[in-house]
Design a protein around this ligand. Structure first.
Ligand code: MG
Length: 362
């Protein structure tokens, strides 16, 4: 099975409500979809949501990386030589992790279709379903309470609460939510780099003193501030998770060597695809550090790939794969399905995706 043709298109998906974090506010999810077509006619699907504020990848840069660099190098390569294709993708150009992830996912999809197995089974086959959290956007405390109660009513047991805009207000937000949802619901916080190291320690200790039972705090300080992250980790009882700091295997190796965090958040778009995400996972597992599988605001192509890896491996103990739930419509046919807070893996080969509706070729 040889790679014969690579098609690129985009979809623009309205959200149920605006998505707000300490870094940004968005009203639409935009995703670039890649189709890698083999000489057998089989199609592998991949995606690259242009998320400039986090990955630095925009629509034009993703398209240029694929059309000018990756596609010419991969054309004619044997899909059976997965290692050859993966090392070619990773070595082809600097940065551009989303473009690499799109090609990596599409080739994994084709490879699994070639051998007639679901991607989840190829990657380890540990579980058939996952439990995901739901993200609560950062807003006024009353609105966040309302969103949290709606999430609990819909069956979610874990809420990922966006904070980090103002430490004093963040305390009020979490207090109000804890009071409203009771003690059985897990609250994980994501500060999205919103605090300075000492401010983070002060704020998190305050959560601890008030008995708010916060499960973990994601990326309290700036992505590049590894020393600050380590300072926070060492000075609070709450588990600290690296997200924007933990891009690829090299950054994760550094963070783990420094013992700068307790947990790692893996995203295919930061890692540059499944191949590197597995390396991160193996590094963390070796060091006894659990991982959470997370996502960008993206279509079900990337969610299915991420869920397949999360379900496949034991050391991915948490899933933050709620993007599809935030979308008002889903252009992807096939892939994972949802039942309340459960993500159900497909038994079909590869990602199990057959079509992406309404895509505009680029
Ligand atoms: Mg995060």
């Amino acid at each position: 099975m040889k790679i014969q043709h690579i098609r690129l298109g985009k979809v623009r998906i309205p959200l149920k409500k605006p998505f707000k974090t300490a870094l940004r506010e968005v009203f639409f999810a935009e995703d670039i979809i890649v189709q890698v077509v083999a000489d057998t006619g089989e199609v592998g699907f991949g995606n690259a949501p242009p998320t400039l504020v986090i990955t630095g990848d925009g629509q034009q840069s993703v398209a240029a990386a694929i059309q000018e660099v990756l596609a010419p190098k991969l054309m004619g390569m044997d899909v059976e030589n997965l290692e050859g294709i993966m090392t070619t993708i990773q070595g082809a150009l600097h940065h551009n992790y989303s473009a690499k992830a799109a090609m990596d996912i599409a080739v994994h999809d084709l490879f699994c279709k070639r051998y007639g197995m679901p991607l989840q089974r190829f990657l380890g086959g540990y579980r058939q379903s996952l439990q995901t959290d739901l993200t609560i956007s950062v807003n006024a405390p009353e609105e966040m309470v309302e969103d949290s109660l709606a999430a609990v009513a819909a069956g979610y047991r874990e809420l990922k609460i966006k904070v980090g805009t103002d430490a004093a207000l963040d305390l009020k937000r979490v207090q109000a939510i804890r009071q409203a949802v009771g003690s059985d619901i897990q609250l994980r916080l994501d500060a999205n780099q919103g605090w300075k190291a000492k401010e983070a320690v002060r704020t998190i200790r305050c959560f601890e003193d008030k008995g708010l039972d916060v499960e973990l705090v994601e990326q309290p300080v700036a992505a590049h501030d590894f020393a600050g992250l380590k300072y926070v980790t060492e000075n609070v009882e709450t588990n600290i998770m690296a997200d924007e700091a933990a891009f690829g295997p090299v950054e994760v190796f550094q963070l783990l060597s420094m013992r700068a965090c307790d947990l790692i958040s893996i995203k295919l778009m930061k890692a540059g695809g499944i191949y590197n995400a597995v390396k991160i996972l193996n590094l963390a597992e070796t060091m006894g550090v659990e991982c959470m599988m997370s996502c960008m605001l993206e279509s079900n192509v990337g969610i299915t790939a991420a869920a397949s890896l999360a379900a496949a491996r034991k050391n991915i103990t948490r899933a933050d794969l709620d993007a599809a739930v935030l979308l008002a419509e889903e252009p992807v046919v096939g892939g994972v399905s949802y039942a309340g807070n459960q993500i159900l893996l497909s038994e079909a080969s590869g990602l199990g995706i057959t079509e992406v509706l309404g895509w505009e070729e680029i």
